[in-house]
Structure formats: C-alpha cells, structure tokens
Design a protein around this ligand. Structure first.
Ligand SMILES: Nc1ncnc2c1ncn2[C@@H]1O[C@H](COP(=O)(O)OP(=O)(O)OP(=O)(O)O)[C@@H](O)[C@H]1O
Ligand SMILES: [Mg+2]
Length: 279
C-alpha cells in the first residue's frame, strides 16, 4: 500500500492540544466495508464521551438501526426517526430522544430510512440535508457522532459533508485493510467535489494478539498511515459483542473489560490529536 497525503497544501494545523474548533466536533464513523465495528465504535465512543461529562448526540444514519438498539431502544416502537427529519416531515427537535445515560441523546433510525436514498435522490442540495437539519440544534452538543451505513450512498455523503472528522474502523483482517486506499480516494473526491472539510483517523478493531494476521494488519496500517492511524487498538472481546443484546454500550455494560478500557482511551486520543483540514 502507498502512503497517502491528502492534505498536503493550504492546510491549517491547530497547535492546540485539544480540539477547540467550533463546537460541536462532528465525527462520522465510516467504512463502506460491512461489519468492521462502526456501530460498536460509534456507540462506545458516544457513551465514553458522555461519561466524561460532555453533551453528546449519537446519530444513527443506518437503516439497520443497530446504534438505536445499542443504546436501548426498540426500533419497532419509535415515533419519528431520522428518516422523517431528512424527508422534512418532522422537526429534528421532536425526533431526538434522551437516553437512559446521562449526557447522551439519540437521533434514532429504523428500516424507514432505507427508502431515503431513492426518495431524496432528485432533491436539489440532497447531500446537504443532514447538515442543514443539524444547524438549529448542533450548538447544544459538545460532540456529535454519526454511525454510517456500510456503503457510500447519499446517506454517507450527507454524513461526510457534515463532519469535521471521519473515524474509519478497520477490522484486523486482510479485506478491510485492502479496501482502505479506495475509501480514502472516495473521501478525497467528496472533499473536492462537495467542498467538504474533514480530516480522518483509522482505528483498528477486533484485534487478536494471538494471531499473526492481526499483528501484520496493525504494522501495515501504522506504517502506511502515520499519525492518522490511532495508537489505541480495540481488542476482540466477547463482552463487547454481547453488550448490544442488553441494550447497553460495552463501556457501561462492562466498564473494566479491556475493550471498554480501550474505547475510553480512544476517546482521549481521538479528541487530543490536532486535525488537519483544508483551509
Ligand atoms: N471489539 C469487538 N470484539 C468482539 N466483537 C465485536 C467487537 N466489535 C464489534 N464486534 C461485533 O462484530 C460485529 C460487527 O460489529 P458492528 O456491528 O459494530 O460493525 P459495523 O461495521 O457497524 O457493521 P455494519 O457494516 O453491518 O453496520 C457485531 O456482531 C459486533 O458485536
Ligand atoms: Mg453498523
């Protein structure tokens, strides 16, 4: 794999040790490959950030609705969802739900969202609908975390143009790593064509120290992506996989579990590293 320099010219490098840009910092958790740990990462990052006392909005932008169930909601019993917000039939203020966790709110999703890609495809400015919907409420939060679907369609484009930072979970296996250069090229295109401004980070997930493959993926990703590959690596953990069935983020279900500890560390590393975006 080649090394990628996406932001070589006209960039702005913050010297500050913590993010002090416009509140909130909006993070999309994205990988077009399925099952790489996007939802687990989005839910745990949101919960761990809320545990630090920050006000967090978790946006479920996936028709599968896994982030919605992951924080304890029944998809079948939802009133309005993010679908209604994007279709402009409900206000975002009426759709955001408080969760049973302090400081954590949810913009929920269910299968209704599956039709949004088609229905919104001929709407002018269709890539900016989420960004506009968030405008009246985003100042209420310190962080907004968006769980994306496993493809690069209209929903994901809406997430990208809304984001300051894209977090790419990469499962420690060959195919997820192989797909990275293509994903990064697509993100680059979105930046130039849709005038989006975001930096990206890669987080390795489901790491198993006993396998040579996990170790090889780690060293290749770290070598190729430098500081954009986060040093916090999430281990494979049965408890983490079991947490959604209890409607709880892993960091709350089993706070002392190694994967939970790593997600808490990830929150700190992610929000400490200076972002580089095009000026
Ligand atoms: N650290 C981990 N240890 C063990 N299992 C994990 C871990 N992280 C995620 N999983 C499990 O792996 C599966 C895929 O994870 P997850 O749903 O977070 O991925 P995803 O990228 O959101 O998937 P999709 O592309 O379908 O949206 C789930 O069953 C989840 O519980
Ligand atoms: Mg998911």
């Amino acid at each position: 794999m080649q090394r990628h320099y996406l932001f070589s010219v006209n960039h702005y490098l913050s010297n500050n040790p913590e993010w002090i840009g416009n509140k909130p910092l909006i993070v999309s958790v994205l990988n077009n490959k399925g099952g790489t740990g996007k939802t687990t990462t989005a839910v745990n990052l949101a919960a761990a950030t809320a545990l630090e006392g920050k006000k967090v909005l978790l946006i479920d932008l996936d028709p599968q609705g896994n982030a919605t169930t992951g924080v304890g909601f029944e998809k079948a019993t939802l009133g309005s969802t993010i679908y209604n917000v994007l279709a402009q039939t409900r206000k975002i203020q009426e759709t955001i739900l408080g969760t049973k966790f302090d400081n954590l709110s949810l913009l929920p999703s269910n299968l209704d969202l599956a039709s949004a890609e088609v229905e919104l495809s001929s709407t002018p400015g269709r890539e900016y609908i989420l960004r506009e919907a968030l405008a009246p409420i985003k100042q209420d939060y310190d962080n907004i975390i968006i769980d994306c679907p496993p493809n690069i369609g209209l929903l994901t484009l809406n997430a990208l143009v809304t984001s300051d930072l894209v977090l790419i979970p990469v499962q420690c296996e060959f195919y997820p790593m192989e797909g990275l250069p293509t994903l990064i090229k697509v993100m680059d295109l979105v930046k130039s064509r849709l005038k989006a401004q975001f930096d990206f980070r890669i987080v390795l997930t489901m790491y198993d120290a006993r396998t040579a493959l996990s170790r090889r993926v780690q060293s290749q990703v770290w070598n190729n992506f430098g500081e954009r590959a986060l040093k916090t690596v999430i281990p494979r953990s049965v408890r983490m996989a079991e947490a959604p069935s209890k409607g709880l983020p892993g960091v709350i279900y089993r706070p002392k579990n190694p994967a939970s500890e790593r997600y808490k560390a990830l929150t700190k590393e992610l929000f400490r590293v200076p972002l580089v975006a095009e000026a």
